[in-house]
Design a protein around this ligand. Structure first.
Ligand SMILES: [Zn+2]
Length: 495
């Protein structure tokens, strides 16, 4: 299904006409393909945020920017802005024992959240968890999930079974700990059972945030449940055993481990030509990380992330070549954000610790997944309320689209009721939250999204070229305009 932005496409063009033709010819399909065949290849092992593979990819990008001739804007005259990820998770050395039975953490049992816990208490059979006459106060409640209904069908990286299992863990866990249970062990029903390994894999990874004071938590986890007892999941096949164990003593030792390791943003600039405007910046944004090497899917365990976000990486290189060939009046700042997949970490860091004053950033143009799906359609996020935060920026992007890609714009993905919440899932967001005009260019999700099959061979390079031209020309219009884009007064996101 698709909806067109007819009303917006005929919006008046408020920006001044441009005398100088931009260096559009510098954006070449052969460059985009050549670069993506390198950075999307198995050699970079999926560029997981915080891994040596992300750092190798970052060095490669910096070397391209140096070759193109951009000014380094990072630490100590380099292209790199270093920062640390803090990762927190429940240690695999944690133990859960009921009676004589020991559960192997992450193989036999998974726990929701990251909190450390020490519990010595009797267990009690709590039925389906919903009978509030059963006294669970101070005890370890064991309950059998009863299937209710699957969550609504949405396009998601997570299966319906996974989302169901997590929702059950939250609702039944909260119900039982809310009645005073010291801990909760939930037995999967047949639906949640399908997702047991997925839940164990993802919860075992823990959560990630920028290692800085006052940095918000991000990542895969539900709440850490620090003030409530832990909530566990065991397989459906444990149902018989768990019934016989109910009433016996439980000993739970959950150890939390937390450690830091480096990720990096790559920052480079083409200085503007106008003495009055050159200290203002058009920020071209993307991310260089993906999901690394994970479990095997039909013989492939490298999650290349060619579309997500190799396309954005090579698009920024092409835009950098164009700005180097013909600089704008304002400066063009290119920022590759690290560890986006771990919760927009690099962009959260740079938005709060920018290499130029944030007030000098007149617009953020985020390139995120630009090489898949129908050749004649694409999305611009931040194009309609409540996500739209600048009329002039959106007008420039629509005008650039009319002059380059001529994509039919699918507005569904930018709506506040879209089940994917796509607007909230990439690197423009931290800037928009700080009232910087921001949009995202994307060709949306596809069946290979976040799988090992997101390969450079499946990219539509002609489309990627037109997407890159669109991105570049939007930035060019902003760089040349007499006035910087304004923020719509009272701009406020729905969450
Ligand atoms: Zn992405």
């Amino acid at each position: 299904m698709r909806a067109l932005l007819g009303a917006l496409l005929v919006a008046p063009l408020l920006l001044s006409a441009q005398p100088a033709p931009p260096a559009m010819a510098a954006i070449r399909q052969e460059d985009l393909r050549r670069d993506l065949m390198v950075i999307g290849s198995d050699d970079y092992r999926g560029r997981e945020g915080g891994s040596i593979d992300e750092l190798r990819a970052s060095v490669w990008i910096a070397e391209q920017l140096r070759t193109i001739g951009l000014e380094p804007m990072g630490d100590f005259g380099s292209y790199f802005q270093w920062w640390d990820i803090r990762r927190t998770r429940v240690s695999a050395l944690s133990t859960v024992q009921v009676g004589e039975r020991q559960f192997a953490m992450w193989q036999d049992i998974a726990v929701s959240g990251n909190a450390a816990a020490m519990v010595n208490a009797p267990t009690v059979w709590a039925g389906n968890g919903l009978d509030s006459t059963i006294d669970v106060q101070g005890k370890v409640a064991i309950a059998q999930m009863e299937f209710r209904r699957l969550p609504g069908r949405v396009t998601s990286v997570n299966s319906a079974e996974y989302r169901y299992a997590r929702a059950q863990l939250t609702s039944l866990g909260n119900a039982l700990t809310g009645r005073g249970a010291a801990a909760v062990i939930l037995i999967a029903d047949s639906t949640a059972d399908i997702a047991f390994e997925g839940v164990a894999n993802i919860t075992a990874r823990g959560t990630y945030r920028v290692n800085a004071p006052s940095a918000p938590a991000a990542g895969s986890g539900a709440g850490t449940g620090a003030t409530r007892g832990p909530v566990f999941l065991v397989r459906q096949s444990e149902a018989g055993a768990m019934r016989t164990l109910a009433g016996q003593a439980a000993t739970i030792r959950l150890h939390q481990e937390s450690y830091t390791y480096p990720s990096v943003n790559i920052v480079a600039r083409v200085r503007g030509t106008d003495a009055r405007l050159r200290d203002e910046h058009v920020l071209f944004s993307t991310h260089q990380d993906h999901d690394g090497v994970r479990y095997d899917v039909r013989g492939d365990s490298i999650w290349n992330g060619a579309d997500d976000n190799g396309t954005g990486m090579v698009a920024l290189l092409a835009a950098a070549r164009a700005f180097k060939q013909q600089p704008g009046r304002r400066s063009a700042l290119f920022v590759y954000h690290g560890a986006e997949e771990r919760g927009l970490l690099g962009s959260n860091y740079h938005a709060r610790t920018p290499v130029v004053p944030l007030t000098s950033v007149v617009a953020v143009l985020n390139a995120e997944m630009m090489g898949r799906n129908s050749p004649d359609s694409a999305s611009l996020l931040g194009v309609q309320p409540p996500h739209k935060n600048s009329n002039e920026l959106v007008e420039a992007a629509l005008r650039a689209n009319a002059a380059t890609g001529r994509f039919q714009l699918d507005s569904l993905w930018d709506r506040p009721n879209h089940p994917e919440g796509w607007y909230f899932r990439s690197d423009h967001l931290p800037y928009a939250r700080l009232n910087v005009p921001a949009v995202m260019f994307t060709s949306n999700l596809h069946p290979q999204y976040h799988t090992p099959k997101d390969e450079p061979e499946s990219i539509d390079y002609a489309k990627l070229t037109r997407m890159t031209q669109w991105l570049y020309l939007t930035g060019w219009y902003i760089a040349q305009a007499d006035q910087r884009p304004t923020v719509i007064p009272g701009f406020r996101l729905e969450r």
